[in-house]
Design a protein around this ligand. Structure first.
Ligand SMILES: Cc1cc2nc3c(=O)[nH]c(=O)nc-3n(C[C@H](O)[C@H](O)[C@H](O)COP(=O)(O)O)c2cc1C
Length: 332
């Protein structure tokens, strides 16, 4: 049964369904999809759904807010691509509730080419944990990715090649710390290695190949127990492009905005033909997050660590249906 969604502001019923589907295709830690949408005649409200938190890996709901920020950017872009201007009120009750934003599709306004390009990338963006080609990402694209972060008032730090060994050591340190925690491992197992029919969590088919000794950047073991064995000769890229999405403050508002910036970077990468994956251990473990903050200069709060490069196609992961995430009064 379909959720009885009605028209909202300038959007028709079909457009409302479409923009909500785009919003829910945002990435989230373990594909937990920690959001709810409430539609009224003139607005779509985005709420954090804390019942879908991942409390061991993300005890302060920081990554939950990143995911909701990503969903909010998708919603904004999808509305823009429909030729409508969204008036967005972020944290209308300050940080005091789970109401994260109210989006009013208020008036018609033609989409810009950038809006159209980024909105078109929403359904094509996927987390790609497979090896990327050894081809280096050109510097011109580094600039485009940085600009995408800056457009949402965040910063994309791209560590120099000589900083990568330190970054890699931090990733390994964080990974080891997490795997030594039985509660973390139980939570990871709960959310990953799922069958294709489940609407949330990470399907086994989305895991990367089983790590081999030469793999330096394959850390979160989404592969455990899975038979995603390596195709001969398909090693991970020797010089990955690793980017650290940072915010100028930390806290609820900064993390929500960082989620929008993270998603704009991921969509800009997708639009440029690039693939991406996450290396979140470093920012999930407090000691390594602190060291990463120092590594990138001390002025930014690291929010997400991304690996970007040229990958081959991977399937989309499932999402919960709109019936499960949207509250909407029936309208004629
Ligand atoms: C804040 C955040 C952290 C994430 N951390 C990791 C990670 O450490 N390792 C990983 O393989 N995927 C990570 N992911 C990716 C999610 O697992 C992925 O978004 C989810 O499974 C949905 O798949 P999709 O991105 O292909 O749509 C993260 C996503 C978000 C938003």
């Amino acid at each position: 049964m379909n959720t009885p969604i009605g028209a909202v502001g300038c959007l028709t019923v079909d457009q409302v369904r479409e923009v909500l589907i785009e919003a829910t295709s945002a990435p989230s830690l373990h594909n937990s999809q920690p959001w709810r949408f409430h539609c009224t005649a003139d607005a779509i409200a985005l709420h954090a759904d804390r019942s879908r938190a991942v409390p061991v890996a993300d005890p302060e709901d920081r990554e939950l807010l990143l995911a909701c920020g990503a969903a909010l950017l998708n919603l904004r872009l999808a509305i823009r691509a429909a030729g409508v201007q969204p008036d967005v009120n972020v944290l209308p009750h300050r940080c005091a509730s789970d109401l994260l934003a109210i989006v009013r599709p208020a008036r018609r306004r033609p989409a810009t080419p950038t809006d159209v390009e980024l909105a078109a990338a929403i359904p094509r963006r996927r987390t790609n944990r497979k090896p990327f080609l050894p081809t280096l990402v050109p510097m011109s694209l580094h600039s485009q990715l940085r600009q995408a972060a800056e457009a949402e008032r965040a910063w994309l730090a791209i560590p120099e090649r000589e900083q990568l060994p330190k970054l890699q050591a931090l990733a390994q340190q964080a990974h080891d710390a997490q795997l030594a925690d039985a509660e973390f491992v139980a939570e990871l197992r709960h959310w990953t290695g799922r069958g294709p029919e489940t609407p949330d969590g990470v399907p086994a088919s989305s895991s990367g190949p089983i790590p081999e000794p030469q793999d330096e950047w394959v850390l979160r073991d989404y592969s455990s127990g899975q038979a995603n064995s390596r195709v001969a000769g398909k090693d991970f890229e020797p010089e990955p492009l690793i980017c650290v999405l940072g915010s100028f403050q930390d806290g609820v508002s900064a993390q929500l905005h960082a989620g929008m910036a993270m998603q704009r970077v991921l969509l800009a990468a997708t639009a440029a033909g690039l693939s991406s994956s996450f290396l979140s251990q470093i920012v999930e473990v407090p000691t390594t997050r602190k060291e990463l903050r120092e590594l990138i200069g001390g002025g930014l709060w690291p929010q997400a660590v991304l690996r970007i490069g040229y990958g081959s196609p991977v399937p989309a992961t499932p999402r919960r249906s709109l019936d499960d995430v949207v509250d909407a009064p029936a309208r004629s």
